[in-house]
Design a binder for this molecule. Structure first.
Ligand SMILES: NC(=O)c1ccc[n+]([C@@H]2O[C@H](COP(=O)([O-])OP(=O)(O)OC[C@H]3O[C@@H](n4cnc5c(N)ncnc54)[C@H](O)[C@@H]3O)[C@@H](O)[C@H]2O)c1
Length: 249
């Protein structure tokens, strides 16, 4: 398929895992890709893979919590491509797995900053250009934990609940400008994040998935692909479940 031909997509956290898969999928479907990540070395490999699809790719080594850096990155992208059609806010961290009373305040702040504030800052920087062209698609990667609240993941769950509410609020602000803003709530997806959270928590969360397996980054990118396409034209402010049956609402 090449139905994204001519589109410009910014994907945060595209160096690995789900973000990498989204970047490759959107490139295969025709979009030029801008990856924003803090992992410069790993991103090099992704850029090579994107170029093999025949699409253009750019990388900005930017921490999404830094407003000055995010603003400058979007300014540069607009200078290079003149527009941004698609923004996927995927950069995120799980943070420590610990009960609330043992959770360090600085860890709480960092999880919130990256997962929530980073999403806000990237939207804030990109939306003015989408408003000008009266067209845009934004997908925020939330989590099933934001709907259900995973024990020992208080900061992560709260940050993802905030992403879901933010998605709904923003969607209403731009609904009349042909800008669709949606989010996705995956359960466990096979990436390094599962290693970081540890075996015990991983198995506990796996036991809650009726399909009895992890999801794959390709399954996430397939849903993202629909949500960023022109075919997604009457759905906005939604949280799409991707949890092997864990959430049925
Ligand atoms: N893997 C899962 O089970 C799962 C489930 C639900 C939701 N999610 C969400 O999906 C998204 C991607 O997760 P993943 O599993 O691919 O994780 P990952 O750790 O494999 O990849 C995350 C990427 O984000 C980048 N990143 C982290 N902090 C950043 C920052 N401050 N600025 C810019 N980039 C930064 C990392 O360098 C990395 O490339 C996250 O938002 C995560 O919360 C993951």
């Amino acid at each position: 398929m090449d139905d994204l031909l001519g589109k410009i997509s910014i994907i945060t956290g595209g160096a690995m895992g789900i973000g990498k898969e989204i970047a490759l999928r959107l490139a295969r479907d025709g979009s030029d890709i801008v990856i924003v990540d803090i992992e410069g070395e790993l991103t090099g490999k992704v850029l090579n893979e994107i170029q093999l699809t025949g699409r253009k790719s750019l990388f900005y080594e930017v921490d999404v919590t830094r407003w000055d850096r995010v603003k400058a990155m979007v300014h540069e992208v607009l200078k290079s491509f003149n527009k941004v059609d698609i923004l996927v806010n995927n950069a995120g961290i799980v943070g420590p797995v610990a009960p609330v009373w043992e959770y360090r305040v600085e860890d709480w702040d960092r999880v919130m900053e990256i997962n929530m504030k980073g999403t806000f800052l990237c939207c804030k920087a990109v939306i003015p250009s989408m408003l000008k062209q009266k067209n845009g698609r934004i997908v925020n990667i939330a989590s099933i934990s934001g709907k259900e609240g995973n024990p020992r993941m208080g900061a992560y769950s709260s940050s993802k609940a905030a992403v879901i509410a933010f998605t709904k609020a923003l969607a209403k602000e731009v609904a009349q400008q042909n800008i669709m803003v949606n989010c996705i709530a995956p359960a466990l997806i096979e990436t390094r994040m599962l290693e970081i959270m540890g075996k015990e928590q991983r198995e506990f969360l796996l036991s809650k998935i009726p399909m009895g397996r992890f999801g794959t980054p390709a399954e996430v990118s397939a849903l993202v692909k629909f949500l960023v396409s022109d075919e997604c034209s009457f759905s906005t402010g939604q949280c799409y479940d991707l949890s092997g049956g864990r959430a049925v609402y």
